[in-house]
Write a new protein. Structure first.
Length: 158
């Protein structure tokens, strides 16, 4: 009978130790993710706002691509036209949006990764990386696509 009490005691100690290890590991991961976000970035909004130039699918969700609206003097005949690289640098990617109903997705942190849920149609997708990192990857992906598209367009004009 005493051996059962001892083994139950060891079981509770093991469970407590496992919980504490899980708690400290998850806390350190959360702190590391918060540090990766870094300090708030200075955001500059173009004087004439943004115009939507298209949408794209990356990572199973929809992203909206925007470029700054041209100002009244940006298309002057005496000024050189910007290169495709300069235009692609101005790209802004917003989202993620639901691919079914175009509603912005809500992000929730889970034990192993993240889930993004549509509040309108209940579309749900899981990811191992947070939205801000996937947005950076989508930006790089769409930037290369736009640069390639603009190069082809410039070759056709010449």
């Amino acid at each position: 009978m005493t051996s059962i009490k001892i083994s139950i005691g060891y079981f509770f100690i093991f469970c407590l130790a496992a919980f504490l290890i899980w708690y400290f590991i998850s806390r350190s991961v959360r702190r590391r993710e918060e540090r990766e976000l870094g300090l708030p970035r200075i955001v500059s909004i173009p004087r004439y706002g943004y115009q939507e130039v298209g949408t794209g699918i990356y990572g199973g969700v929809k992203w909206v691509l925007q470029l700054p609206n041209p100002g009244p003097f940006d298309s002057h005949p005496l000024l050189p036209s910007p290169s495709p690289l300069e235009i692609a640098k101005r790209l802004k990617v917003t989202g993620p949006f639901c691919p079914k109903c175009d509603t912005e997705l809500e992000e929730r942190k889970k034990l192993f990764g993240y889930t993004w849920t549509c509040v309108k149609c209940r579309f749900c997708i899981r990811s191992k990386i947070p939205v801000h990192k996937l947005r950076e990857k989508a930006y790089l992906y769409f930037k290369s696509d736009i640069r390639e598209h603009l190069r082809k367009q410039m070759k056709k004009e010449v």
